[in-house]
Write a protein that binds this ligand. Structure first.
Ligand code: UN1
Length: 498
Protein backbone atom coordinates (compact mmCIF):
# COMPACT_ATOMS: atom_id res chain seq x y z
CA UNK A 1 0.00 0.00 0.00
CA UNK A 2 1.38 3.39 -1.00
CA UNK A 3 1.17 6.00 1.73
CA UNK A 4 2.34 9.61 1.79
CA UNK A 5 5.37 10.12 3.96
CA UNK A 6 4.90 12.92 6.42
CA UNK A 7 7.70 15.41 6.91
CA UNK A 8 7.52 16.58 10.50
CA UNK A 9 8.43 19.99 11.82
CA UNK A 10 9.48 20.85 15.33
CA UNK A 11 6.74 22.16 17.56
CA UNK A 12 8.30 25.23 19.11
CA UNK A 13 6.18 26.67 21.86
CA UNK A 14 3.15 25.13 20.19
CA UNK A 15 3.82 26.37 16.68
CA UNK A 16 5.19 24.23 13.85
CA UNK A 17 8.65 25.41 12.85
CA UNK A 18 11.07 24.14 10.23
CA UNK A 19 14.55 23.49 11.50
CA UNK A 20 17.10 25.94 10.16
CA UNK A 21 19.36 22.94 9.43
CA UNK A 22 17.10 21.87 6.56
CA UNK A 23 18.41 18.40 7.22
CA UNK A 24 16.32 15.37 8.14
CA UNK A 25 16.50 11.85 9.53
CA UNK A 26 14.14 9.06 8.61
CA UNK A 27 12.19 6.76 10.84
CA UNK A 28 11.15 3.30 9.64
CA UNK A 29 8.73 0.78 11.11
CA UNK A 30 10.80 -1.86 12.96
CA UNK A 31 8.33 -4.52 11.81
CA UNK A 32 8.58 -3.47 8.18
CA UNK A 33 11.75 -1.81 6.98
CA UNK A 34 10.02 -0.75 3.77
CA UNK A 35 7.59 1.44 5.65
CA UNK A 36 8.99 4.92 6.09
CA UNK A 37 6.94 6.46 8.90
CA UNK A 38 8.22 9.99 8.62
CA UNK A 39 11.05 12.41 8.09
CA UNK A 40 12.13 14.45 11.08
CA UNK A 41 14.28 17.55 11.33
CA UNK A 42 17.80 17.38 12.66
CA UNK A 43 17.56 20.34 14.99
CA UNK A 44 20.50 22.58 15.75
CA UNK A 45 21.64 25.27 18.19
CA UNK A 46 19.63 28.00 16.48
CA UNK A 47 16.40 26.00 16.78
CA UNK A 48 17.14 25.34 20.42
CA UNK A 49 17.88 28.98 21.19
CA UNK A 50 14.56 29.94 19.66
CA UNK A 51 12.69 27.37 21.78
CA UNK A 52 14.57 28.55 24.88
CA UNK A 53 13.64 32.18 24.23
CA UNK A 54 9.98 31.25 23.90
CA UNK A 55 10.19 29.11 27.01
CA UNK A 56 11.72 31.94 29.04
CA UNK A 57 8.78 34.20 28.28
CA UNK A 58 6.26 31.45 28.90
CA UNK A 59 7.85 30.59 32.25
CA UNK A 60 6.98 34.05 33.59
CA UNK A 61 3.31 33.36 32.91
CA UNK A 62 3.16 29.69 33.82
CA UNK A 63 5.01 29.92 37.13
CA UNK A 64 2.50 32.56 38.24
CA UNK A 65 -0.50 30.47 37.24
CA UNK A 66 -2.03 28.79 40.32
CA UNK A 67 -1.14 25.10 40.37
CA UNK A 68 -4.80 23.93 40.46
CA UNK A 69 -5.26 25.94 37.25
CA UNK A 70 -2.19 24.32 35.72
CA UNK A 71 -3.78 21.02 36.70
CA UNK A 72 -6.77 21.75 34.50
CA UNK A 73 -4.50 21.43 31.46
CA UNK A 74 -3.32 18.01 32.60
CA UNK A 75 -6.86 16.82 33.34
CA UNK A 76 -7.94 17.93 29.90
CA UNK A 77 -4.88 16.35 28.28
CA UNK A 78 -5.77 13.08 30.04
CA UNK A 79 -9.26 13.27 28.59
CA UNK A 80 -7.98 13.99 25.06
CA UNK A 81 -5.50 11.13 25.36
CA UNK A 82 -8.31 8.80 26.39
CA UNK A 83 -10.37 9.86 23.38
CA UNK A 84 -7.41 9.21 21.09
CA UNK A 85 -6.27 6.06 22.88
CA UNK A 86 -6.67 3.66 19.97
CA UNK A 87 -5.09 5.97 17.41
CA UNK A 88 -2.15 6.80 19.69
CA UNK A 89 -1.64 3.09 20.41
CA UNK A 90 -1.44 2.38 16.68
CA UNK A 91 1.20 5.09 16.21
CA UNK A 92 3.14 3.72 19.15
CA UNK A 93 3.09 0.18 17.80
CA UNK A 94 4.23 1.35 14.40
CA UNK A 95 7.19 3.26 15.71
CA UNK A 96 8.28 1.16 18.68
CA UNK A 97 7.05 -2.27 17.55
CA UNK A 98 5.33 -3.35 20.77
CA UNK A 99 2.06 -5.29 20.35
CA UNK A 100 -1.11 -3.21 20.35
CA UNK A 101 -2.26 -4.54 23.69
CA UNK A 102 0.94 -3.22 25.25
CA UNK A 103 0.74 0.05 23.34
CA UNK A 104 -2.75 0.61 24.73
CA UNK A 105 -1.30 -0.05 28.17
CA UNK A 106 1.37 2.56 27.59
CA UNK A 107 -1.20 5.16 26.53
CA UNK A 108 -3.14 4.32 29.69
CA UNK A 109 0.05 4.99 31.62
CA UNK A 110 0.11 8.51 30.12
CA UNK A 111 -3.49 9.06 31.22
CA UNK A 112 -2.74 7.78 34.73
CA UNK A 113 0.32 10.01 34.93
CA UNK A 114 -1.57 13.13 33.88
CA UNK A 115 -4.38 12.38 36.31
CA UNK A 116 -2.03 11.75 39.20
CA UNK A 117 0.08 14.86 38.72
CA UNK A 118 -2.99 16.98 38.05
CA UNK A 119 -4.11 15.92 41.54
CA UNK A 120 -0.75 17.02 42.90
CA UNK A 121 -1.67 20.52 41.75
CA UNK A 122 -3.78 20.82 44.90
CA UNK A 123 -0.98 19.54 47.11
CA UNK A 124 2.68 20.34 46.23
CA UNK A 125 3.29 20.45 49.96
CA UNK A 126 6.04 22.29 51.77
CA UNK A 127 6.65 22.29 55.52
CA UNK A 128 5.70 24.49 58.43
CA UNK A 129 8.18 24.50 61.30
CA UNK A 130 8.74 25.95 64.75
CA UNK A 131 10.99 28.93 65.35
CA UNK A 132 13.31 29.10 68.36
CA UNK A 133 12.11 32.69 68.87
CA UNK A 134 8.80 34.21 69.96
CA UNK A 135 6.29 35.46 67.42
CA UNK A 136 8.14 34.01 64.50
CA UNK A 137 7.19 31.28 61.98
CA UNK A 138 9.10 29.25 59.45
CA UNK A 139 7.56 27.84 56.29
CA UNK A 140 9.24 26.09 53.42
CA UNK A 141 7.63 26.11 50.00
CA UNK A 142 8.50 24.44 46.69
CA UNK A 143 9.01 26.66 43.67
CA UNK A 144 9.64 25.86 40.01
CA UNK A 145 13.14 26.04 38.59
CA UNK A 146 12.66 27.12 34.99
CA UNK A 147 13.25 25.44 31.66
CA UNK A 148 13.55 21.67 31.81
CA UNK A 149 15.28 19.69 29.06
CA UNK A 150 13.61 16.29 28.79
CA UNK A 151 15.38 13.58 26.83
CA UNK A 152 13.48 10.33 26.42
CA UNK A 153 14.10 6.83 25.14
CA UNK A 154 12.52 4.88 22.27
CA UNK A 155 11.09 1.99 24.25
CA UNK A 156 8.39 4.02 26.01
CA UNK A 157 7.97 7.00 23.69
CA UNK A 158 4.67 8.10 25.29
CA UNK A 159 4.75 7.08 28.95
CA UNK A 160 8.30 8.11 29.73
CA UNK A 161 7.96 11.67 28.32
CA UNK A 162 4.70 12.00 30.26
CA UNK A 163 6.52 11.02 33.47
CA UNK A 164 8.78 13.99 32.91
CA UNK A 165 6.35 16.51 31.40
CA UNK A 166 3.58 16.15 34.00
CA UNK A 167 5.56 16.79 37.20
CA UNK A 168 7.54 19.56 35.47
CA UNK A 169 4.45 21.41 34.28
CA UNK A 170 2.33 20.98 37.40
CA UNK A 171 5.05 22.58 39.51
CA UNK A 172 5.23 25.58 37.17
CA UNK A 173 8.20 24.78 34.95
CA UNK A 174 8.28 24.85 31.16
CA UNK A 175 9.67 22.01 29.06
CA UNK A 176 11.64 21.22 25.94
CA UNK A 177 11.33 17.58 24.89
CA UNK A 178 13.73 15.71 22.65
CA UNK A 179 12.35 12.28 21.87
CA UNK A 180 14.59 9.46 20.69
CA UNK A 181 15.27 9.51 16.96
CA UNK A 182 14.17 5.85 16.96
CA UNK A 183 10.63 6.70 18.16
CA UNK A 184 9.87 10.38 17.55
CA UNK A 185 6.16 10.36 16.66
CA UNK A 186 4.42 9.65 19.96
CA UNK A 187 6.14 12.56 21.70
CA UNK A 188 4.92 14.90 19.02
CA UNK A 189 1.33 13.92 19.67
CA UNK A 190 1.88 14.30 23.39
CA UNK A 191 3.01 17.91 23.04
CA UNK A 192 0.36 18.70 20.45
CA UNK A 193 -2.33 17.41 22.81
CA UNK A 194 -1.09 19.57 25.68
CA UNK A 195 -1.80 22.62 23.55
CA UNK A 196 -5.20 21.21 22.59
CA UNK A 197 -5.78 20.96 26.34
CA UNK A 198 -5.09 24.68 26.79
CA UNK A 199 -1.41 24.90 27.62
CA UNK A 200 -0.31 28.53 27.09
CA UNK A 201 1.98 29.12 24.14
CA UNK A 202 5.67 28.54 24.79
CA UNK A 203 5.30 26.24 27.79
CA UNK A 204 6.26 23.10 25.89
CA UNK A 205 8.30 22.41 22.77
CA UNK A 206 9.36 19.28 21.00
CA UNK A 207 12.54 19.35 18.96
CA UNK A 208 13.78 16.36 17.04
CA UNK A 209 17.35 15.24 16.72
CA UNK A 210 19.92 12.65 17.62
CA UNK A 211 22.25 12.35 20.60
CA UNK A 212 24.35 15.29 19.43
CA UNK A 213 21.35 17.55 19.68
CA UNK A 214 20.56 16.12 23.11
CA UNK A 215 24.03 17.21 24.12
CA UNK A 216 23.23 20.80 23.08
CA UNK A 217 20.19 20.69 25.37
CA UNK A 218 22.27 19.40 28.27
CA UNK A 219 24.86 22.15 27.72
CA UNK A 220 22.45 25.04 27.23
CA UNK A 221 23.06 27.50 30.08
CA UNK A 222 19.41 28.57 30.28
CA UNK A 223 18.08 25.04 30.65
CA UNK A 224 18.25 24.47 34.37
CA UNK A 225 16.93 20.92 34.78
CA UNK A 226 17.81 17.85 32.74
CA UNK A 227 15.88 14.61 32.93
CA UNK A 228 17.08 11.76 30.77
CA UNK A 229 16.11 8.14 30.26
CA UNK A 230 18.84 6.26 28.45
CA UNK A 231 21.96 4.17 28.84
CA UNK A 232 24.28 4.32 31.84
CA UNK A 233 27.13 5.31 29.53
CA UNK A 234 25.26 8.39 28.24
CA UNK A 235 23.87 9.13 31.71
CA UNK A 236 27.36 9.41 33.19
CA UNK A 237 28.39 11.95 30.55
CA UNK A 238 25.21 13.97 31.05
CA UNK A 239 25.69 13.96 34.82
CA UNK A 240 29.25 15.18 34.43
CA UNK A 241 28.13 18.14 32.33
CA UNK A 242 25.27 18.91 34.69
CA UNK A 243 27.68 18.70 37.60
CA UNK A 244 30.00 21.24 36.06
CA UNK A 245 27.07 23.57 35.32
CA UNK A 246 25.34 22.89 38.67
CA UNK A 247 22.14 21.79 36.98
CA UNK A 248 19.58 19.56 38.54
CA UNK A 249 19.73 16.23 36.78
CA UNK A 250 17.49 13.16 36.90
CA UNK A 251 18.83 9.95 35.44
CA UNK A 252 16.92 6.77 34.59
CA UNK A 253 19.48 4.38 33.17
CA UNK A 254 20.17 0.70 32.58
CA UNK A 255 19.01 -2.37 34.43
CA UNK A 256 19.86 -6.02 34.85
CA UNK A 257 16.71 -7.15 36.52
CA UNK A 258 16.11 -10.56 38.00
CA UNK A 259 13.40 -12.82 39.30
CA UNK A 260 14.38 -15.15 42.11
CA UNK A 261 12.38 -18.38 42.12
CA UNK A 262 12.63 -20.21 45.44
CA UNK A 263 11.82 -23.87 45.82
CA UNK A 264 8.52 -23.18 47.57
CA UNK A 265 7.33 -20.79 44.80
CA UNK A 266 4.00 -21.25 43.06
CA UNK A 267 5.45 -22.75 39.87
CA UNK A 268 2.62 -21.76 37.53
CA UNK A 269 2.65 -18.20 38.79
CA UNK A 270 6.42 -18.06 38.43
CA UNK A 271 6.24 -19.39 34.89
CA UNK A 272 3.72 -16.81 33.79
CA UNK A 273 5.63 -14.04 35.54
CA UNK A 274 8.97 -14.93 33.94
CA UNK A 275 7.43 -15.17 30.47
CA UNK A 276 5.82 -11.75 30.79
CA UNK A 277 8.79 -10.10 32.48
CA UNK A 278 11.38 -11.47 30.06
CA UNK A 279 9.56 -11.36 26.75
CA UNK A 280 6.93 -8.63 27.12
CA UNK A 281 7.96 -5.64 24.95
CA UNK A 282 10.50 -8.08 23.42
CA UNK A 283 12.59 -7.61 26.55
CA UNK A 284 13.09 -3.94 25.73
CA UNK A 285 12.07 -2.36 29.02
CA UNK A 286 14.51 -0.93 31.51
CA UNK A 287 12.66 -3.20 33.89
CA UNK A 288 12.67 -6.37 31.76
CA UNK A 289 13.54 -9.62 33.50
CA UNK A 290 16.85 -10.68 32.07
CA UNK A 291 17.87 -13.17 34.74
CA UNK A 292 15.98 -16.01 36.34
CA UNK A 293 17.76 -16.99 39.55
CA UNK A 294 16.34 -20.38 40.27
CA UNK A 295 16.87 -22.34 43.44
CA UNK A 296 17.91 -25.91 42.64
CA UNK A 297 15.07 -28.19 43.66
CA UNK A 298 13.24 -31.35 42.71
CA UNK A 299 11.39 -29.37 40.04
CA UNK A 300 13.86 -26.72 38.86
CA UNK A 301 15.25 -28.63 35.86
CA UNK A 302 11.82 -29.58 34.62
CA UNK A 303 10.66 -26.00 35.19
CA UNK A 304 13.26 -24.57 32.80
CA UNK A 305 12.07 -27.05 30.15
CA UNK A 306 8.44 -26.04 30.73
CA UNK A 307 9.44 -22.40 30.49
CA UNK A 308 11.30 -23.00 27.23
CA UNK A 309 8.33 -24.86 25.78
CA UNK A 310 6.03 -22.00 26.71
CA UNK A 311 8.46 -19.44 25.23
CA UNK A 312 8.57 -21.41 21.96
CA UNK A 313 4.80 -21.00 21.72
CA UNK A 314 4.92 -17.20 21.92
CA UNK A 315 3.83 -15.74 18.61
CA UNK A 316 6.33 -13.25 17.20
CA UNK A 317 5.36 -10.78 14.50
CA UNK A 318 4.12 -7.33 13.61
CA UNK A 319 2.56 -5.79 16.72
CA UNK A 320 -0.34 -4.41 14.70
CA UNK A 321 -1.66 -7.92 14.24
CA UNK A 322 -3.56 -8.77 17.43
CA UNK A 323 -2.53 -12.42 17.27
CA UNK A 324 1.14 -11.55 17.77
CA UNK A 325 2.46 -11.50 21.33
CA UNK A 326 6.03 -10.36 20.75
CA UNK A 327 6.91 -7.54 18.38
CA UNK A 328 10.15 -6.67 16.62
CA UNK A 329 13.21 -5.17 18.26
CA UNK A 330 13.84 -1.56 17.48
CA UNK A 331 16.57 -1.60 14.80
CA UNK A 332 18.61 -4.06 12.77
CA UNK A 333 21.78 -3.00 14.56
CA UNK A 334 20.14 -3.49 17.95
CA UNK A 335 19.11 -6.97 16.83
CA UNK A 336 22.74 -7.75 15.95
CA UNK A 337 23.81 -6.52 19.35
CA UNK A 338 21.27 -8.82 21.04
CA UNK A 339 22.45 -11.74 18.94
CA UNK A 340 26.05 -11.00 19.92
CA UNK A 341 25.10 -11.56 23.59
CA UNK A 342 23.55 -14.92 22.71
CA UNK A 343 26.59 -16.04 20.72
CA UNK A 344 29.04 -15.05 23.41
CA UNK A 345 26.92 -16.73 26.10
CA UNK A 346 27.03 -19.99 24.14
CA UNK A 347 30.81 -19.70 23.79
CA UNK A 348 31.07 -19.22 27.54
CA UNK A 349 29.16 -22.43 28.16
CA UNK A 350 25.52 -21.32 28.14
CA UNK A 351 22.96 -23.88 26.99
CA UNK A 352 20.27 -22.64 24.62
CA UNK A 353 16.91 -23.94 25.86
CA UNK A 354 14.95 -22.13 23.17
CA UNK A 355 15.43 -19.44 20.57
CA UNK A 356 18.87 -18.01 20.00
CA UNK A 357 18.33 -16.90 16.45
CA UNK A 358 17.35 -13.97 14.29
CA UNK A 359 14.00 -14.93 12.74
CA UNK A 360 13.95 -15.16 8.96
CA UNK A 361 11.50 -16.02 6.19
CA UNK A 362 8.16 -14.48 5.27
CA UNK A 363 7.24 -11.34 7.17
CA UNK A 364 10.31 -11.77 9.39
CA UNK A 365 12.59 -10.73 6.54
CA UNK A 366 10.87 -7.35 6.51
CA UNK A 367 11.65 -6.44 10.10
CA UNK A 368 13.89 -7.02 13.11
CA UNK A 369 12.51 -10.12 14.77
CA UNK A 370 14.41 -12.07 17.38
CA UNK A 371 13.35 -15.39 18.86
CA UNK A 372 12.44 -15.42 22.55
CA UNK A 373 15.60 -16.97 23.94
CA UNK A 374 16.37 -18.80 27.16
CA UNK A 375 19.95 -19.71 27.98
CA UNK A 376 20.62 -21.88 31.02
CA UNK A 377 23.85 -22.93 32.77
CA UNK A 378 24.80 -19.28 33.15
CA UNK A 379 27.24 -18.60 35.97
CA UNK A 380 26.94 -15.36 38.00
CA UNK A 381 30.05 -13.75 36.52
CA UNK A 382 29.42 -14.51 32.85
CA UNK A 383 28.59 -11.61 30.56
CA UNK A 384 24.94 -12.65 30.17
CA UNK A 385 24.52 -12.56 33.94
CA UNK A 386 25.91 -9.04 34.27
CA UNK A 387 25.41 -6.92 31.14
CA UNK A 388 22.19 -5.32 29.97
CA UNK A 389 20.95 -6.95 26.73
CA UNK A 390 17.70 -5.02 26.21
CA UNK A 391 16.16 -7.80 24.18
CA UNK A 392 14.23 -11.07 24.53
CA UNK A 393 17.06 -13.07 26.07
CA UNK A 394 16.74 -14.66 29.51
CA UNK A 395 19.71 -16.03 31.44
CA UNK A 396 18.94 -18.85 33.87
CA UNK A 397 21.26 -19.04 36.84
CA UNK A 398 20.97 -21.89 39.29
CA UNK A 399 21.61 -21.27 42.99
CA UNK A 400 21.63 -23.58 45.99
CA UNK A 401 19.71 -21.52 48.54
CA UNK A 402 18.15 -18.18 49.54
CA UNK A 403 21.47 -16.65 50.61
CA UNK A 404 23.10 -17.39 47.28
CA UNK A 405 20.03 -16.10 45.43
CA UNK A 406 20.27 -12.71 47.15
CA UNK A 407 24.01 -12.54 46.53
CA UNK A 408 23.61 -13.33 42.82
CA UNK A 409 20.66 -10.94 42.41
CA UNK A 410 22.79 -8.13 43.85
CA UNK A 411 25.82 -9.12 41.78
CA UNK A 412 25.34 -6.42 39.16
CA UNK A 413 26.27 -2.80 38.74
CA UNK A 414 22.62 -1.95 38.13
CA UNK A 415 19.77 -1.72 40.61
CA UNK A 416 16.39 -1.06 39.03
CA UNK A 417 13.93 -3.92 39.57
CA UNK A 418 14.29 -7.23 41.40
CA UNK A 419 11.67 -9.79 42.25
CA UNK A 420 11.18 -12.86 44.41
CA UNK A 421 8.66 -15.65 44.15
CA UNK A 422 8.04 -17.49 47.40
CA UNK A 423 5.15 -18.35 49.69
CA UNK A 424 7.32 -17.75 52.75
CA UNK A 425 6.57 -14.26 54.09
CA UNK A 426 9.76 -14.23 56.15
CA UNK A 427 11.96 -14.85 53.15
CA UNK A 428 9.94 -12.46 50.99
CA UNK A 429 10.37 -9.62 53.45
CA UNK A 430 14.03 -10.39 54.11
CA UNK A 431 14.59 -10.25 50.35
CA UNK A 432 12.69 -6.97 50.09
CA UNK A 433 15.02 -5.61 52.74
CA UNK A 434 18.26 -6.89 51.25
CA UNK A 435 17.81 -6.58 47.50
CA UNK A 436 19.81 -3.66 46.12
CA UNK A 437 17.31 -2.05 43.77
CA UNK A 438 14.92 0.87 43.63
CA UNK A 439 11.97 -1.44 42.97
CA UNK A 440 11.25 -4.88 44.47
CA UNK A 441 8.35 -7.10 43.48
CA UNK A 442 7.04 -9.97 45.57
CA UNK A 443 5.32 -12.70 43.57
CA UNK A 444 5.12 -10.48 40.50
CA UNK A 445 7.56 -9.94 37.61
CA UNK A 446 10.02 -7.05 37.37
CA UNK A 447 7.97 -5.02 34.88
CA UNK A 448 4.77 -3.07 35.29
CA UNK A 449 5.45 -0.15 37.58
CA UNK A 450 2.38 1.98 38.24
CA UNK A 451 1.96 5.72 38.60
CA UNK A 452 0.79 7.05 41.96
CA UNK A 453 1.82 8.70 45.20
CA UNK A 454 3.95 5.88 46.58
CA UNK A 455 4.84 4.33 43.24
CA UNK A 456 8.28 5.86 42.87
CA UNK A 457 10.15 4.65 39.80
CA UNK A 458 13.91 4.69 39.72
CA UNK A 459 17.01 2.73 40.50
CA UNK A 460 19.94 2.30 42.80
CA UNK A 461 23.60 1.92 41.86
CA UNK A 462 24.43 2.57 38.19
CA UNK A 463 20.75 2.78 37.27
CA UNK A 464 20.58 6.41 38.28
CA UNK A 465 21.50 9.19 40.62
CA UNK A 466 18.72 8.85 43.17
CA UNK A 467 16.00 10.72 41.32
CA UNK A 468 12.53 9.23 40.99
CA UNK A 469 9.69 9.39 38.49
CA UNK A 470 6.07 8.26 38.64
CA UNK A 471 5.51 8.98 42.33
CA UNK A 472 5.22 12.11 44.43
CA UNK A 473 9.04 12.07 44.73
CA UNK A 474 9.21 13.13 41.07
CA UNK A 475 8.40 16.65 42.25
CA UNK A 476 11.88 16.85 43.81
CA UNK A 477 13.49 17.01 40.37
CA UNK A 478 11.41 19.96 39.27
CA UNK A 479 11.22 22.11 42.39
CA UNK A 480 13.56 24.06 44.60
CA UNK A 481 12.83 24.88 48.21
CA UNK A 482 12.45 28.33 49.62
CA UNK A 483 12.43 28.87 53.38
CA UNK A 484 10.43 31.89 54.53
CA UNK A 485 10.90 33.30 58.04
CA UNK A 486 8.07 35.52 59.24
CA UNK A 487 8.85 37.64 62.26
CA UNK A 488 5.79 39.31 63.81
CA UNK A 489 7.43 40.34 67.12
CA UNK A 490 8.03 43.85 65.83
CA UNK A 491 11.56 43.93 67.25
CA UNK A 492 14.94 42.63 66.20
CA UNK A 493 15.32 39.05 67.32
CA UNK A 494 18.74 37.53 66.91
CA UNK A 495 18.70 33.82 66.18
CA UNK A 496 21.04 31.74 68.35
CA UNK A 497 21.64 34.83 70.58
CA UNK A 498 18.39 36.14 72.05
C1 UN1 B 1 11.18 1.82 30.95
O1 UN1 B 1 11.42 0.72 30.45
O2 UN1 B 1 11.97 2.78 30.78
O3 UN1 B 1 7.58 -0.61 34.84
C2 UN1 B 1 9.94 2.15 31.65
C3 UN1 B 1 7.43 -0.79 33.63
C4 UN1 B 1 6.80 0.30 32.80
C5 UN1 B 1 7.76 1.39 32.49
C6 UN1 B 1 9.08 0.96 31.98
N1 UN1 B 1 5.67 0.86 33.53
O4 UN1 B 1 7.78 -1.82 33.11
Amino acid sequence: MQTMTKTYKNLVGGVQKESSSNDFFEKYNPADKNELLGKFPKSNQKDLDEAVNQAKKAFEIWKNTPAPKRAEVLYKAAQITLEQKEELAQILTKEAGKPLVEARGEIQEVIDTYMFFAGEGRRIYGLTGQSELHNKSIITIRQPIGICGLISAWNFPSAVPSWKIAPALITGNVVILKPSKDAPMSGYRLVENLYKAGLPEGCASILFGSGDFGDLIVRHPDIKVISITGSTEVGKMVYETCGRMLKKCALELGGKNAIIGLEDANQDLLLEGVLWGAFGTAGQRCTSTSRLILQKSSWSERFVERLANAAKKLVVGNGLNEKNQIGPVITASHMQSIHGFTERAIKEGGKVMCGGKILTGGEYDKGNFYEPTIISSIKPNMELACSEVFGPVLAVIEVKDFEEAIKVANNTEYGLSLSIYTKDITLAMQAANRLESGIVYINAPTIGAECGGAAAFGGWKDTGNGSREGGVMALDTYTQYKTIYIDYSNKLQRAQID
